[in-house]
Design a protein around this ligand. Structure first.
Ligand code: CMP
Length: 139
């Protein structure tokens, strides 16, 4: 069993896509084992995306991610990391396969509705960034 961290980003929340994103994950065998709505401030968004510090999109990305509430969740299942990424589609919605969340709902590469961890180490860091052990409910 693998765990990953997903976020319905502020654009997804304002477009009423929280349910749609969770439904897509659940229908595809992923279990939501942790869930909360948060509003990141700029520093928290910068900490979350620290690996991207220095990149040209860092300032804009962290401003956007601190512009309103997000829903963060821990997903569990076999191959949870790759399954989540497959359901989201490519980061840039122009490259995302038809039927994926980003192809259907994203506005652009920044406002791309949903985030998912890109590997086991990132997942461990990202889950720990938002959740403590008592907030994860695994059978
Ligand atoms: P996410 O999966 O949350 O991981 C990092 C985010 O940075 C990514 O989704 C995009 O929203 C954003 N991002 C990545 N590349 C670019 C880019 N070239 N321009 C703007 N935003 C980007």
């Amino acid at each position: 069993m693998e765990r990953t961290l997903s976020i319905v980003k502020p654009d997804g929340v304002s477009k009423n896509l929280i349910g749609e994103v969770i439904k897509r994950f659940e229908e595809n065998g992923l279990k939501v084992v942790g869930l909360k709505m948060i509003s990141m401030d700029k520093k928290e968004a910068e900490g979350f995306y620290a690996v991207h510090r220095g990149k040209p999109f860092f300032e804009s990305l962290t401003t956007f991610m601190s512009s309103g509430p997000s829903v963060v969740m821990v997903l569990e299942g076999e191959g949870a990391i790759s399954k989540t990424r497959e359901l989201m589609g490519a980061t840039d919605p122009k490259q995302a396969k038809e039927g994926t969340l980003r192809c259907q709902f994203a506005t652009n590469i920044e406002r791309n509705v949903v985030h998912g961890s890109d590997g086991p180490e990132t997942a461990a860091f990202e889950i720990g960034y938002f959740f403590n052990a008592l907030e994860i409910f695994s059978p």
